[in-house]
Each structure stands twice: as structure tokens, then as C-alpha cells.
Design a protein around this ligand. Structure first.
Ligand code: PMP
Length: 451
């Protein structure tokens, strides 16, 4: 049977891949080599053309083979996750220990009182029926106006879908733009959901690294090298989680130009946009309908638990997303959408929250300077991502050690794409918690003989 023969060939290929992995490890070469992948892909396409095999099928096969090879070549992952840190932090608190909770990506600000009241009133008023899967038209119309006020881009309610938070919005965008065997480019360090959601829909996430030494600025030529015929999506996230970076408008523009020249759709995750005094948006750079904007009420209005976000995109793509949202959950609860309407009327709330975050950034920066760590000074967002300078360590183990010995919970850099020598400090906590946490981190590193 030919199919069985293909499995034997796959096994032979995996043996070779393992040997190459060993050599790469010895020589310190990255698992993904875009130029090698491109030539293998081309050779496969040439062979496909000779035999009349559809190019689409071969492109997908190539992507699957590369994904398999990279998985074999990457170092074994620890089974611990970010949630284990959170669980341990809660456990320690329950046992009566003081813990500086700087691991969660959730602002402690809560929703404005007007939002809380309007949702309570909407519940009492019976606004709790099935509604349009895309969201109630009043909210979509108001969001379109909001987008116009912010970016000067004319869009209509047909370009918007209201979602249960930014996370689900990203899932919808990824699910509608990628098929099994397609590729999605991600710029690292990156929020772990991106790689997880790509894998969940059977796509391959391909990661382009950025470096602290270069101010976490992506290199556009390097991105270009990683684009293959299977690349359908590039995901951008500025202000960035975990670095707090906002790229310059000219870099953003170059990335958009590159993506458009290669028919790659950008998903721009801008959920932290309000936590900054300047911002570049995908909507400032191009026709709003060409790409996909992800937004959320979680950060701008402190409405994490309300689960409310939205997508701006082309009407036909919004239609596809609405079919999925309708299929799995019918609609976002109507009374929550009423809270969304009220929030949009509060012009000052996002500004107040942003000021709180900016003050916290200042405090974190001062404390980190005192303990002498290297980091990029955040342009916005709610995180700082310092290098701890311990060299080749297991980031997850180190985060546990810091938690157990000093009662400081942070997210290890390993979860953002293998940045083991970094940690993410969340500024979702009060000023004194941030300051104390960083001082204790300093103590921890001193005791390790590093400061
Ligand atoms: N994007 C990024 C980069 C995030 O960090 C988060 C939350 N941690 C989200 C999207 C989604 O947030 P939510 O689902 O609460 O809107």
C-alpha cells in the first residue's frame, strides 16, 4: 500500500531530522531555517508539477513535514505551565504567606461604576434574549463610530462582530483565515495563545525572533525570509505582551507593505492600545477591510470578567466569524453588550486607567534600575520584560524558585517563545506590590550571586 510506504518514508525522514537536530544543537543553529525550508519546498513543488499533483496539496504536505521536523528538533518542554505558577501563588496565599502577585495578565482596576450599574439595569430590564450573532446593531453602530473617532476610518456596523473577549476574537480570526497545513507568522516574544490557537486549528505557527539588544524591533527583511507560499497570516501585537514595545510607524508601514505584497493578512491584536500615549494601529496604515483588528474591553475599561471584545474586518470575513460564534454560543449576552454601550460613552475612563498604568511603568522602571537589570523601557501596555542574567537556565523552574523562596510570582520568559533568561512582570497589581516584588527579586538574584 502506498499510504503505508509513505509512513516508512516519514520514519526515515525523522531519523535524518534527529541527526540534523544533534548537529544544529552542537553548532547553536536555530531549528527553523527558512532558506532550507524554501529550497525543500521548491524541490517538492517541481516534483509535484512533473506528476500533475495539485500544488495546494504539496504545499500543505511541506508545512506538515516542517512542523514535524521542528517539533523533533526543539528541546523537550517542561510540563509545568504559567497556570501552575498561578495555582502555587494562590496556594501559598491560602497558607497565610504574603505573595507579590505579578504573574497575571489582568488589570486590578475593575469596570467603571457606570458600566456595573448599566449591566445590572439591563439584567433587571430583561435584556437577556437571544440576539444577532454579530452583536446588537446599536453596539456595532456605536463601535463603528468609535473606530472613526479614533482612526478616521469609515467603517460600518457590517465590518464589526462583537465577541466574548479578545481571546475569542483571535480564535475567530485564526479559524476563518487559516486552514490545516497553512502557516501563521508570529513575532516573538509573544503571548502563548497565538501558538496554541494555530496548533488548535491544525495550522503551523512560525516564529520570528526579536531581541532586547535591538529594542525588540522586528527586522522586516527577516520577516520576509520566513514568508512561504503557505503563509496566510501574520499576527502583530503592539503594545506588546510581554515587552511593552510599540513599533515605530515606519516599521509598521513596511510590515504592512510586505504582507500586502505577499497576500498575507495581518491580525493586529491591539487590546493594549489604550495603555499608551501614542499608538500605531493597523487601521492607520491601510484600508480597514484588508486586515483584521482585534480589540477588547478587558484592558481599556477593566472589564476582564465581562468577556467583551470585537473584531473589525471585511464584511464577508465578519459573516464567517458570525457563523462560528452563532454555532458555538449563539451570541454574546445582551446585557453585557449594554455594558459595552455604556463604556463607550465614558471618554475619561480609558484615559484614567492609562495614567495608572503609566505611573506603574515608571515605578517598575525605577525599581528595576536600582537592582541593575537590563530591560526595554515599555512604551505602553502593562508589562515589563527584564533579563535576569542567569544565562542558560530553565525559566519555569526559576520562576518557581523565586515564588517559593521570596513569595514573588512572575511569568517565566520561557512561555513567550523560549526566552528563558527573562521574566514578565505584570503591572496589573498596585504600586506597592510592584515595588516590593522587584526589590525581592533583587534580593533573590543577589543571593544567587548575580548582583
Ligand atoms: N491579546 C493579548 C496580547 C493579551 O495579553 C490578552 C489577555 N491576556 C488578550 C489578547 C485577550 O484578552 P481578553 O480575552 O480578556 O479580551
Amino acid at each position: 500500500m502506498i499510504a503505508v510506504e509513505m509512513v516508512r518514508l516519514l520514519a526515515a525522514r525523522r531519523d535524518v531530522v534527529r541527526k540534523i537536530a544533534e548537529l544544529k544543537r552542537q553548532m547553536g543553529i536555530d531549528a527553523i531555517q527558512p532558506s532550507v525550508e524554501a529550497s525543500v519546498r521548491q524541490a517538492m513543488m517541481d516534483e509535484a508539477a512533473k506528476h500533475g499533483v495539485p500544488p495546494e496539496t504539496v504545499q500543505r504536505l511541506a508545512t506538515l513535514l516542517f512542523a514535524d521536523a521542528v517539533e523533533l528538533q526543539q528541546k523537550p518542554k517542561t510540563t509545568l505551565t504559567h497556570f501552575d505558577i498561578l495555582r502555587r501563588a494562590v496556594e501559598l496565599q491560602r497558607e497565610g504567606y504574603e505573595v507579590q502577585r505579578l504573574e497575571v495578565g489582568e488589570p486590578d482596576l475593575g469596570a467603571p461604576i457606570e458600566v456595573r450599574q448599566s449591566v445590572a439595569e439591563a439584567v433587571l430590564g430583561g435584556f437577556a434574549r437571544y440576539v444577532d450573532s454579530r452583536g446588537i446593531s446599536e453596539l456595532r453602530t456605536m463601535l463603528a463610530k468609535h473606530v472613526f473617532e479614533k482612526h478616521g476610518v469609515e467603517i460600518g456596523p457590517e465590518n464589526i462582530i462583537v465577541t466574548p473577549g479578545g481571546r475569542f476574537a483571535i480564535y475567530l480570526a485564526v479559524k476563518t483565515l487559516l486552514r490545516e497545513g497553512d502557516e501563521m507568522l508570529v513575532i516573538d516574544p509573544s503571548w502563548p495563545m497565538y501558538r496554541q490557537v494555530a496548533a488548535f486549528v491544525g495550522a503551523r505557527s512560525v516564529h520570528v525572533r526579536t531581541r532586547l539588544e535591538e529594542g525588540w524591533t522586528p527586522n522586516v527583511d527577516e520577516i520576509a525570509k520566513y514568508i512561504s507560499p503557505s503563509t496566510k497570516v501574520l499576527i502583530l501585537n503592539y503594545p506588546n505582551n510581554p515587552t511593552g514595545k510599540i513599533i515605530k510607524p515606519e516599521i509598521f508601514e513596511k510590515i504592512v507593505e510586505l504582507a500586502e505584497s505577499k497576500n498575507v493578512t495581518i491580525i493586529s491584536d491591539e487590546v493594549y492600545a489604550d495603555y499608551a500615549d501614542r499608538h500605531v494601529s493597523i487601521l492607520d496604515k491601510t484600508d480597514a477591510r484588508k486586515h483584521v483588528l482585534i480589540q477588547s474591553y478587558s484592558k481599556s475599561y477593566g472589564m476582564t470578567g465581562y468577556r467583551l471584545g470585537y473584531v473589525v474586518a471585511d464584511e464577508s470575513l465578519i459573516g464567517k466569524m458570525a457563523s462560528i460564534l452563532g454555532l458555538v454560543m449563539t451570541c454574546v449576552p445582551e446585557f453585557i453588550q449594554h455594558g459595552g454601550l455604556t463604556a463607550l460613552r465614558l471618554k475619561e475612563a480609558p484615559k484614567e486607567y492609562a495614567q495608572i498604568m503609566m505611573r506603574r511603568i515608571e515605578i517598575a522602571v525605577n525599581e528595576l534600575e536600582k537592582i541593575g537589570l537590563e530591560f526595554y523601557r515599555p512604551d505602553g501596555g502593562m508589562y515589563v520584560f527584564p533579563r535576569i542574567g542567569l544565562g542558560n537556565v530553565d525559566g519555569m523552574r526559576l520562576a518557581f524558585e523565586l515564588l517559593d523562596s521570596k513569595g514573588v510570582a512572575v511569568a517565566p520568559g520561557s512561555i513567550f517563545g523560549g526566552y528563558d533568561d527573562f521574566i514578565r512582570i505584570s503591572l496589573g497589581a498596585p504600586e506597592q506590590t510592584i515595588a516590593k516584588g522587584i526589590r525581592l527579586l533583587g534580593e533573590f538574584l543577589r543571593e544567587k550571586g548575580k548582583r
